[in-house]
Design a binder for this molecule. Structure first.
Ligand code: NI
Length: 657
């Protein structure tokens, strides 16, 4: 046995002040305003834009993994945009790819909306639809039948139609439920108008069907949550200041962020919101990739009421409502606390013009409690401990009644985690006061908050020490009693390689501690094992809608907690390219038919998680944050605890040794 000797500690190099030189362009840079303007001009010059043309979605056509990895500073950068167009007058829709560097229209394809789905819902349509509904005689009569003659303060929520077809497929529809307000500032969600749906053809600009299952009393009680409606504020909170007098420890060079050995590129788009590219950890002299790309690629909210006016309510907030476009402008001290850096995001508006979303992305550091500690009972109780600090990159999107915060966390020990925080106001419907319902919680007299599922789905283009990876499922299992287990105490871990795309859809199982290990068979740790990252889930129920039902077909990605697919550039979204009014079956169900090897190759890992939400009285009139997520933990990726080099006490810390 040999004893260890203290390492001589070289003095750390000072944080060099880097000259604010111009940052070279990179193929994965966020979309720029001038690129959106150029794309629109190219389409105009090609005769593809009329006064009624709209641009539901404008995205960067991202370069493939190899091209992005091969790029070196100063290399020429060619940029292409993928654009979905929609004609408000004719309903015709198309997809275009524009090279904005060369100023060329590269491709143009008409969409068959009846089979391929509709472009996303546009902001302009929200207002159009409300005006159409409020002028419709059928809706006015249904309101009058409910004793509501003054409809000036009614709000008609423009809701995705799912797979509803009225008379003919391919019709662009929004379905409207109605809520009332006492005045223009009232919380409308407190006053749902029950049993009434107005179906709007957005192209014909008329209500094409009214579903009226009969009046239900409109809940009368107010649902105000602002301070002025809620009595005296607590007076016993003293200031809590977060101070980083020398500034934060991360460095931003354009969209390239570095912090505590981590580096990645921050990106944002109208559909998925925050996107992180080329996430890597510097391990000594080696820059070791972990993920090529990470985003929340889809999220569904599916409601469980059986009644005809509500049994279709289910939304895909990224694919139908463009989650990123709905980003909040964050406010210091309110949404994020501490030494914050904000980034703006650039998206296209409905008209194809650039729009800047100010303070869309928040970046900061947080103290995260204890990282590790040991007190040596054999050595005078000598104690050694380190505090954990994490880097947080987040944004918040408001989609109708709900507000969602999305948080990527990076830890000093190589862990990455993600949280989706749901807050805002629960969706509501009306019931006879006191009658309750098997499908929801009566949160105020006559006000039902229906049960529902949140099904988030992240897309992880994995790159653990390189692009060729394999995914294994790991269960802990008891060993049967017998000669190998004479005392009956033994248990072991069982790994199963997910070898073929037909095995790529997996369900979590907490009874066996199931997790999934993303390995690189070509990169071994010092014990001779493939390096790995483990996806540790926090599973909730998968889709509860009946197999084959419209909701289950459209949200098929939510029938499994994990999907593994061969990476392909056109496999972007778990519910397919155009989920709005898509009948279902697109996306992951198509890509997991079988016959594709998943071993030691380029993979995308898709993870579904999220709560099945049974609303509580305490979640009315505004809901405290409910957080859900997952972790990616290095598992033999490092040869030992990678945080042994953390100083005993961070500069300016409070640990008095
Ligand atoms: Ni919920």
């Amino acid at each position: 046995m040999t004893c260890c000797h203290p390492e001589s500690s070289p003095s750390p190099s000072p944080e060099g002040a880097r000259a604010a030189a111009e940052i070279p362009a990179h193929p994965l840079d966020p979309l720029r305003a001038d690129e959106i303007t150029t794309a629109r001009r190219v389409l105009e010059e090609a005769g593809k834009v009329s006064p009624t043309t709209r641009f539901p979605l404008v995205l960067l056509d991202e370069p493939d993994r190899h091209a992005a990895a091969a790029h070196r500073p100063g290399d020429p950068v060619a940029r292409r945009l993928r654009i979905t167009l929609h004609d408000m007058a004719t309903g015709a829709s198309a997809e275009a790819v524009v090279d904005v560097t060369a100023g060329l229209l590269l491709s143009w394809r008409e969409l068959d909306v009846a089979t391929e789905g509709q472009p996303q819902v546009m902001f302009e349509e929200y207002e159009v639809v409300e005006a159409i509904v409020k002028a419709d005689p059928g809706w006015l009569k249904a309101m009058a039948d409910r004793g509501i003659d003054d409809t000036s303060l009614a709000v008609c929520a423009p809701l995705a139609a799912g797979s509803t077809v009225i008379e003919r497929p391919g019709r662009r529809l929004l379905r409207c439920l109605t809520w009332l307000r006492c005045d223009a500032t009232d919380n409308a969600w407190a006053h749902p108008v029950g049993g009434l749906v107005a179906d709007v053809d957005v192209v014909e600009r008329r209500v094409v069907r009214i579903v009226d299952t009969g009046p239900v009393p409109v809940p009368a009680e107010c649902g105000r949550y602002e301070a002025e409606f809620n009595g005296p504020a607590r007076a016993d909170l003293r200031p809590l200041e977060i101070s980083q007098p020398e500034g934060p420890s991360f460095r931003l060079e354009g969209p390239l962020l570095t912090w505590q050995n981590w580096s990645f590129r921050v990106d944002f788009n109208a559909r998925e919101g925050l996107v992180l590219h080329r996430i890597a950890y510097r391990d000594g002299e080696r820059e070791r990739p972990v993920l090529h790309r990470a985003s929340l690629a889809e999220m569904a909210v599916a409601y469980g009421e059986a009644e005809e006016s509500r049994n279709w309510v289910a939304f895909l907030d990224a694919g139908e409502y463009s989650l990123g476009r709905n980003a909040n402008a964050l406010r210091l001290g309110c949404d994020c606390l501490g030494e914050i850096r904000y980034l703006d995001a650039v998206v296209s508006d409905d008209l194809g013009n650039p729009e800047t979303l100010p303070n869309a992305i928040c970046i900061h550091e947080e103290d995260h409690g204890l990282l590790w500690k040991h007190t040596d009972i054999f050595n005078n109780m000598a104690a050694e401990s380190r505090r954990s600090r994490r880097l947080v990159i987040s944004y918040i999107a408001t989609v109708g009644n709900y507000d969602y915060g999305f948080y990527w966390y990076f830890y000093q020990d190589g862990t990455i985690s993600f949280e989706a925080k749901s807050t805002g106001i629960v969706q509501t419907s009306a019931v006879e006061p006191g009658a309750g319902s098997p499908y929801g919680t009566e949160v105020a007299p006559g006000l039902l908050a229906p049960y529902h599922q949140h099904l988030f789905c992240v897309r992880l283009d994995v790159a653990v020490d390189g692009l060729a990876n394999t995914v294994e499922e790991l269960d802990v299992v008891p060993v049967p009693p017998g000669p190998d287990n004479p005392a009956g105490n033994a248990f072991t871990a069982r790994t199963t390689v997910l070898a073929d795309s037909a095995e790529g859809g997996r369900t979590a199982d907490t009874t066996v501690g199931r997790r999934w290990r993303i390995t690189n068979p070509g990169s071994l740790n010092r014990m001779g094992q493939p390096v790995a990252y483990t996806l540790v889930p926090q599973p909730g129920p998968v889709v509860l809608a009946q197999p084959g039902s419209p909701v289950a077909r459209r949200m098929a990605y939510g029938t499994k907690h994990l999907w593994v697919t061969r990476h392909r550039a056109d496999r972007r979204y778990p519910a397919g390219e155009h989920p709005n009014q898509h009948p279902g079956g697109a996306g992951l169900p198509e890509w997991t038919a079988g016959g594709e090897s998943l071993e030691n190759t380029e993979l995308t890992v898709w993870h579904t998680f999220g709560p099945t939400h049974l609303p509580r009285l305490e979640e009315w009139p505004v809901m405290p944050v409910e957080a859900t997520g997952f972790s990616l933990k290095p598992t033999g990726f490092f040869d030992r605890n990678p945080t042994l080099d953390l100083p005993r006490e961070a500069k300016g810390g409070h640990c008095a040794v």
